[in-house]
Design a protein around this ligand. Structure first.
Ligand SMILES: [Ca+2]
Ligand SMILES: [Ca+2]
Length: 145
């Protein structure tokens, strides 16, 4: 009996993912420190920031910092409204350069997404085990412009 094509595909994924993660492991940095301004505590976003309580629960869940030209510099969200910031956006000249996400709400970043021209993903990294160490990285090729 021939295996179902979907089973073959799944098996391929199971085999290929650990190989991919293992191959580059030595190149990965041990830890990725937060930027100096980055905080999971909404109370840390002071007068340099415009803050909002979008769902009206009394806790800040959105903060944005703009420069003197009105361009976004940094933007932070408590996306799941658990009282801690979890999505961090890094801008340059109003264009999104990088997004960092705490996907499981343990107040540690576990996904890093790098963009070109604000929309094209050039690379992403992930801490799949939530231990603070990056263990997966995918780099996309393609024409540079
Ligand atoms: Ca949150
Ligand atoms: Ca996390």
């Amino acid at each position: 009996m021939k295996p179902h094509p979907v089973c073959v595909l799944l098996l391929g994924l199971l085999v290929s993912v650990p190989l991919l993660a293992g191959a580059d492991k030595a190149e990965f940095p041990d830890r990725r420190p937060l930027s100096s301004w980055q905080s999971f505590d909404p109370k840390d976003y002071g007068e340099d920031w415009l803050t909002l309580d979008r769902n009206g629960d009394g806790s800040t869940d959105y903060a944005v910092m703009v420069n003197d030209r009105g361009h976004k510099v940094r933007e932070v969200m408590d996306f799941n409204h658990d009282g801690f910031m979890d999505n961090f956006y890094f801008y340059s000249n109003n264009v999104l350069q990088r997004q960092e996400i705490d996907t499981n709400g343990d107040q540690r970043i576990d996904v890093w997404i790098y963009l070109r021209r604000g929309v094209y993903i050039t690379m992403w990294e992930r801490d799949r085990t939530h231990d603070g160490v990056i263990d997966e990285r995918v780099v996309y090729g393609g024409a540079q412009d």
